[in-house]
Design a protein around this ligand. Structure first.
Ligand SMILES: CCCCCCCCCCCCC[C@H](O)CC(=O)SCCNC(=O)CCNC(=O)[C@H](O)C(C)(C)COP(=O)(O)OP(=O)(O)OC[C@H]1O[C@@H](n2cnc3c(N)ncnc32)[C@H](O)[C@@H]1OP(=O)(O)O
Length: 715
């Protein structure tokens, strides 16, 4: 839909109307075609302004339409006819001009932006390229290097940067449409030949081959198997080397391969999944749109280890006053120094003043009497956390929300220490907490919807993608991760090496393999938990514990003081403690051989396919159990957690989406196969939800919620 009116006597005003982001649906495209024609045929009209309603120019093509067969006028000729118009066309950009929205603006002869507007070609993040002329017009307008940067990263630029780059002609702090109309009046009747970007030659680049080789290498390195960034580079190369019409053909050709790819489907699924997790619901029926968060004006963080420091910094960066409490004076002083540096570095990056005054430091828990919300981030020890919750419950004013930053401990046990268990939730941050985007908000059986709503809103304010999940050991992320790491150890017992397993995982697209990751986070953390659970017993190497297969490999390494990077030895060897470059370690290979000999295990050749299936399918199976248990409300929650918290390659959608792409029948068949081969690993047994989905014909992932709902209503 687009509305046409005439203002200031001679300016035709076209307003895109498709809330919330004025996406270019078939109806909007039809509206634009019709209203442009009207404006061009109206003899009173000397120039035209195109704007979007409600302060948003246009969020691009309507991504929901990509799943259906396309109807309505196509974008490319529509934009072409705007560029060919004989009356000046001016884009009035407020809010966002993204993807097809910016391409539409590039088809106009002039662009006026509000100072708060954001512009960009983020198609690459959806597995696509700017295929309505964006890959051909932008390099012609701003040069090849700048266009490559914007198109391959998909980053949004501010109006100020857009002006500097030459994407927009004017930036205004006032009403954008008024400024655009004034501008349109001033250019009426002026020649337009020099304003049609498609006619520009691409600015010459010295040593084009070297530039593209360099960019392609960088993109291949950071893309980790994603195809869209590579196609984006190829499209820009076409702009730099071919006439416009041939460049457009190349753009179309490249888009055709991306458009139907699994990666594009995965990335678009993930785009909507990120938005779906904000619409949380609890098994009780409480939901995001019926639960009002409590106001949070002042926050506290208790415990200033690595996690507490990161959380406090993220809170201060979000503009919240934070009281931090650390019982040990020495640790408090050290934390203050490190956190001030973190705030200064962050502020420098963002070009703002460091919010040092937002954080106050104390060693006295009594200083938390007036805060609205506390995040406890002391050592991961249930007894210690219980003690802290007991104290907090006595010190804090009534109504204070008490949150625990735990990676898997029982939130309900902590709630039971307090006067108001309904005000207790888990906030599981990921390290480094001021950088990582993910937050698991964990509700216990007694957490109130209001407490969940408050934690979710705080997460949003901190710039996190927050996912509400139920309370169980490890919540969603770590519950699934446990099986992944355990399977990786089993593979070592059977003949693999850390390098072999990590290579397979990294080629799949994870930034780091399972053993490299374990060395980075420290083997001792899991060891301590296993010792607490009485699973790990020093000096013991039995391979069956509590009636099921157990790999003591990690425990045995810890007994040798091999804790990973921090000790310079772990699954790999490092040149010195704290070093980050992992080297294959002959000692470890010898250790594995001895271990296998001791247990009568014969090493066999393990291929990449088996490594992936053994590491990923049990996780996926556990994901189905998590859905079945109602710990996560839908597959989107699990997938968002894995993409943003655990490095699951975004172009594979997330573990549950990946399962649907592989085919649920295949996942089921392989799990059955592995369970038969390893009956002492109970979690390999396929979960009944997976069986059920296969039995009803493997519906697409978007339909699983319905199946789960029916399953729960039958129980
Ligand atoms: C054989 C095969 C032949 C192949 C040839 C096919 C040729 C096809 C030709 C296509 C031509 C290509 C055109 C173009 O190059 C492609 C594109 O434009 S792709 C889209 C690019 N745009 C984006 O990526 C922007 C995405 N949106 C955002 O970043 C943000 O939404 C925003 C605009 C910055 C606004 O942010 P917020 O205010 O925070 O709001 P939300 O993000 O929560 O969004 C609100 C609401 O809107 C929905 N939504 C947003 N953008 C779109 C969109 N582009 N399409 C559809 N829906 C969109 C979002 O999901 C939210 O929905 P809700 O959750 O409320 O239901």
């Amino acid at each position: 839909m687009a509305q046409y009116s005439r203002i200031s006597g001679s300016v035709g005003l076209i307003t895109l109307k498709n809330p919330p982001v004025n996406a270019l649906s078939a109806a909007v495209r039809q509206g634009i075609v019709d209203t442009v024609e009207k404006a061009l045929c109206d003899p009173q009209v000397k120039s035209v302004v195109i704007c979007g309603q409600d302060g948003v120019f246009c969020g691009g093509a309507d991504v929901k339409e990509f799943e259906k067969s396309m109807s309505g006028p196509p974008l490319i000729p529509m934009i072409h006819s705007i560029e060919c118009a004989t009356k000046p066309m001016v884009a009035a950009i407020e809010g966002s001009a993204l993807g097809g929205g910016l391409e539409l603006a590039l088809g106009c002869h002039y662009r006026i932006a509000h100072s708060k507007a954001r512009l960009g070609l983020p198609e690459v993040t959806l597995g696509l390229l700017p295929a309505a002329g964006g890959s051909q017009r932008l390099p012609r307008l701003i040069g090849v290097p700048a266009a490559l940067d914007l198109i391959t990263t998909g980053r949004h630029v501010t109006a100020a940067e857009a002006l500097q780059l030459g994407i927009v002609d004017q930036v205004t702090d006032h009403k954008t449409v008024d400024a655009a109309v004034k501008f349109a009046l001033s250019v009426a009747g002026k020649p337009l030949d020099a304003r049609r970007i498609s006619t520009y030659p691409c600015p010459v680049v010295t040593d084009l081959d070297a530039l593209f080789e360099d960019v392609m290498q960088k993109v291949r390195q950071s893309a980790r198997g994603a195809i869209a960034p590579i196609a984006c580079v190829q499209a820009v190369r076409a702009a730099a080397t071919l006439p416009y019409t041939r460049g457009m053909e190349r753009e179309k050709e490249l888009m055709a391969t991306l458009f139907t790819s699994g990666q594009a489907r995965a990335l678009q699924y993930n785009f909507f999944a990120q938005r779906a997790v904000g619409k949380w619901r609890m098994p009780s029926g409480a939901r995001w749109d019926t639960s009002t968060p409590r106001p949070v004006h002042k926050v506290a963080v208790i415990g200033l280890g690595t996690m507490g420091r990161g959380i406090a910094v993220a809170l201060a960066q979000a503009g919240l006053p934070v009281v931090t409490v650390e019982a040990q004076e020495k640790q408090l002083m050290e934390a203050k120094r490190v956190m001030s540096d973190m705030l200064k570095r962050g502020a420098k990056r963002r070009g703002v003043a460091p919010p040092l005054d937002k954080i106050s430091y104390s060693s006295n828990i009594q200083d938390l009497a007036d805060v609205d919300l506390v995040i406890e981030a002391v050592f991961e020890d249930m007894d210690l956390k219980k003690k802290v919750f007991l104290q907090l419950s006595a010190v804090c004013k009534p109504g204070t929300l008490l949150c625990t930053n735990t990676s898997g401990l029982d939130v309900d046990q902590l709630a039971s220490q307090t006067r108001n268990p309904e005000l207790v939730v888990g906030m599981h941050f990921f390290a480094p907490a001021h950088v990582m985007k993910l937050l698991e908000v964990v509700y216990g059986p007694r957490s109130s919807p209001q407490a969940v709503a408050t934690a979710m809103q705080l997460g949003k304010k901190m710039g996190k993608i927050s996912v509400a999940v139920g309370n169980c050991r490890g919540f969603v992320g770590n519950r699934m991760l446990k099986l992944y790491t355990e399977q990786a150890s089993f593979l070592l017992e059977e003949g693999a090496t850390p390098d072999l397993v990590d290579r397979a995982i990294e080629e799949f697209g994870f930034p780091m393999g399972v053993f490299r990751m374990s060395d980075l986070s420290g083997l001792d953390i899991g060891w301590r938990v296993r010792k607490e659970m009485k699973l790990a017993v020093p000096g013991q190497s039995a391979r069956i514990r509590e009636g099921r297969r157990y790999s003591p490999l990690g425990d045995l390494l810890c007994e040798q003081g091999r804790f990973g990077q921090k000790t310079g030895r772990g699954w790999y060897r490092y040149n010195k403690p704290g070093d980050r470059v992992a080297h294959s370690d002959p000692w470890l290979h010898h250790f594995l051989e001895e271990y296998r000999a001791q247990h009568g295990l014969v090493a066999r050749r393990i291929d990449q396919q088996e490594i992936l299936e053994r590491c990923l399918y049990p996780m996926i199976n556990e994901g189905f159990r998590i859905l079945q248990d109602g710990i996560a409300a839908g597959p989107e929650d699990i997938d968002v957690i894995y993409v943003f918290g655990y490095g699951w390659p975004r172009h594979c959608g997330g573990p549950m989406f990946y399962a649907s792409m592989v085919g649920l029948e295949k996942v089921l068949e392989r799990l059955e196969h592995y369970y038969q081969a390893h009956p002492d690993v109970p979690y390999l047994q396929p979960c009944s939800l997976l069986r059920r989905l296969v039995a009803i014909g493997s519906p697409p992932v978007q339909k699983w919620r319905e199946v789960i709902k029916n399953l729960h209503s039958q129980l």
